[in-house]
Design a protein around this ligand. Sequence first.
Ligand code: UD1
Ligand code: CA
Length: 472
Amino acid sequence: MNRSKIQAIVLAAGTSSRFKSETPKLLFTLCGQEMILYPLKMLQQLDIPVTLVVGHKKELLKRIIEQHAFSSLTYSEQKHQLGTGDAVASTASSWHAEHILVLNGDAPLVQSSMVEELIKEHMKSNVAVSFTMTHNNDPISSAGYGRVVIRDEQTSIVEARHFTGDFAVDCFVNAGIYLFRREFLKRFISSLAKHPGSQEIYLTDLIEIASKQKLGVATVNAPFDQVRGVNTLKELWAAEQIKRAEIIDACMQQGVRFGSVQSTHIDCDVTIGAGTSIGAGVQLFAGTRIGKGCTIGAYSCIKNSTLGDHVTIQPHVVMSDATIGDLSAIGPFAHIHGNTTIGNESVIGNFVEVTKSSIAHRTRIKHLSYIGNAHIGSDVNIGAGTVTCNYNGVTKNTTIIEDRAFIGSNNSLIAPVTIEQHAMTGAGSVITETVPSHALAIARAQQVNKEGYARRLRDSITVVAAVKSKTQ
Ligand code: UD1
Ligand code: CA
């Protein structure tokens, strides 16, 4: 197949009116990726250059697209959103290839194999236009789609709002993927007119024109689930379910076990190693890489993080932008974020927050601690309730805890401060100065025992209480 003969036009200028949102619908994410990126990445994979038609909120759209490296993408502006026919017409000056592939921007589930099949059919049948259609006789899910009407060897697409026929008879709908011979487009696109009912110019009217002119119309079939358009938040939800099922299916084939598929969410840019088990309600967001043989406990949310092999994430862990080494264990109820790195075989226990910190190997912070802007070495033990006091109201300061140090429970480490190798701190200490290697620092008030004082105190309180109750 000679791809150099094909260029694509992706329609993305629409006003998203049915979404009822300030943000253009094509910037809503589906499994963690903005909808518009799906057709663009698919066409890039097929090596087909793209003209993207933008209009409504075009700057927002461009800002997201430009964060990705698309090698052959150009923009074309549709000034007024007069319909899909007008959107394609507005790109006329960019037409150079022999065949023009047109795709709606709001069909994120379209696969490259479908486009390849359409191209193959178009080339084989040597027609003016080919398009993809899908069988759907469910009046609810097919509502809003153009109906493919074939009568007396004539093919046309009748938009839903104008269709008066029987759904059960005309039960194929238009997918919104077309391949036009450029010469045909050049000759007939200007003959499209506004529809009186909607005041829109429909690209789909070109099918009837090609058919009536006997210039040839070819069709290919695709499953409805792969061509679903997304016009409403409900349709976005439906499309996301399908994508998510595809992702989970692929993970299962790689040897990943799911406790509850129905309640698990996985974005498209996530990888999980074989032998890993994912609990109920887990959400794995874009950029997450999980190694082999890990356990991800129920209701944990992990975003843009890398986990080594055999990592245990207990239930209810929230993690973002973190790296966790092999055999480490996190949670339950831990919060790890801010580019934190944790080495191998370390343990971060319940109700521990770690941010902007590095922790080396075999270190244990097992209970109720806050670690921020800290560098902690290997084989360190941090007692329950330890807080790195990293913020003085103006600047963030660093705490350094070197290898094999031992921090007693309920310590406040006033940063900047260093606890050197093998040093220890007593429980309840407020550490403000360097603790030298092998030293023990105790920074708390000395305990004073006053013999018999508790009894005397209790007796005097009892007397006062008795006098008070008599006088009332
Ligand atoms: C369109 C088809 C319908 C098909 C359905 C498949 C038309 C007239 N109808 O309907 O037959 O079954 O797709 O999903 O084409 N857009 C522009 N400029 C505009 C209007 C729209 O760029 O002036 C873009 C939109 O951003 C969108 C795409 O074109 O990405 C399709 O437009 P939309 O309004 O969603 O068309 P549908 O009503 O879904
Ligand atoms: Ca649509």
